[in-house]
Ligand binder design. Structure first.
Ligand code: PMV
Length: 350
């Protein structure tokens, strides 16, 4: 059966039916050109195109098992039963998959995150990428990577990029009908020369966000006088980023990533009321990154919807950068990540 639902226009159900169960793994990604702002909240269509690096740390492994006897979806995260908003988002995502697959079978979801508890790193990108791959297989949808990326996008925008390893660009997609826009908004790998990069992740605060990224994006787009200028300049940043990646210019990659992230935070600071994720500890780490550069070390920072800092550097400098950042992060956890693989199916079948 073919659904009329936009996201799924190119998707097909397998004739032999569902696989009854599947397990998939995916890694988080960190945006070097940020996604900040939706132009369609239901379809999760972004205002701007973003670009990221998938990490080789903290995989999420998710099993989706169809249960013909169940009346509701159930989910466990690291062995704990999911409830409330978490369960609602997972179930809404599964409903989308069911709609395409022409199935009414409920599922049992078992997710394991290896992000250290309370590390304050978003797991929605790896979480929805793993869920998309596992659920598509369990419900018998045959999707190529582009289709999986579109599907993952409906769970969490940044998850569209975790379908791919290394560097990935998520296209904002064209304006036009919902179907046209939806079909054009997917991620794909970005050609890059050999850069040998590392991201040093400084966890300065592991607590929950003061404002959800969904609410913060909405408020920024609706009220920040800096939003449009940032969104426009982000297009130039993207073009420059693509050519820096192609020529293997890690210095330029870092410079563009840092200004794009600082610009994103500036848009939020100018929102009414302001959204401020950066804390004094963030600024202390940013100062240490500046000092590293003064000392001749390639190091550039990026921050997401929280106070934690990710420092892009050469792999060969990663331990030195980690030591400096660790001293600045005073007690915060510091980890070194490299480029990782895209989402993949681990097993399939009853
Ligand atoms: O995909 P979401 O809703 O978790 O939003 C992610 C937004 C940022 O992490 C701040 C930027 C990005 O592009 O990942």
């Amino acid at each position: 059966m073919r659904s009329e639902h936009p996201t799924t226009t190119v998707l097909q159900s397998r004739e032999q039916g569902s696989a009854a169960g599947a397990t998939a793994v995916a890694h988080p990604n960190i945006a070097l050109i940020k996604y900040w702002g939706k132009r369609d909240e239901r379809l999760i269509l972004p205002c701007t195109t973003s670009l990221s690096m998938t990490l080789d740390v903290f995989p999420t492994t998710t099993e989706v098992r169809l249960d013909p006897a169940a009346e509701h979806d159930t989910a466990a995260l690291n062995g704990e039963v999911a409830t409330g908003e978490t369960l609602r988002r997972i179930s809404a995502f599964l409903s989308l998959v069911r709609e395409v697959a022409g199935s009414d079978q409920r599922a049992v979801v078992d997710t394991r995150n290896t992000v250290p508890t309370g590390a304050g790193l978003a797991s929605s990108a790896s979480g929805f990428a793993a869920l998309a791959v596992a659920a598509a297989a369990a419900y018998g949808l045959e999707l190529d990577d582009r289709g999986l990326s579109r599907l993952a996008r409906r769970g969490s925008g940044s998850a569209s990029r975790s379908i791919f390893g290394g560097f990935a660009v998520w296209h904002a997609g064209p304006d036009g009908t919902a179907t046209e826009a939806d079909l054009g908004s997917y991620a794909e790998p970005v050609p890059a020369a050999d850069l040998d990069p590392a991201l040093v992740i400084a966890v300065v605060n592991a607590g929950p966000k003061p404002v959800s990224s969904r609410e913060a994006m909405r408020r920024t787009v609706d009220t920040s006088p800096l939003y449009r200028p940032w969104a426009d300049s982000s297009k130039d940043d993207l073009d420059e980023m693509r050519s820096a990646l192609l020529r293997g210019d890690l210095e330029a990659v870092g410079e563009i990533a840092e200004r794009n992230a600082l610009g994103m935070h500036a848009t939020m600071l100018a929102a009414r009321p302001a959204v401020r994720y950066l804390s004094p500890a963030t600024v202390t780490v940013l100062d240490s990154v500046l000092q590293l550069r003064k000392d001749g070390v390639l190091a550039y920072a990026t921050m997401d919807a929280g106070p934690n800092v990710k420092v892009l550097c050469r792999r060969a400098d990663a331990e030195r950068v980690a030591d400096v950042v660790r001293a600045a992060a005073s007690g915060g956890q510091v980890l070194v990540a490299g480029p990782g693989d895209g989402a993949r199916l681990l097993s399939e079948g009853a």
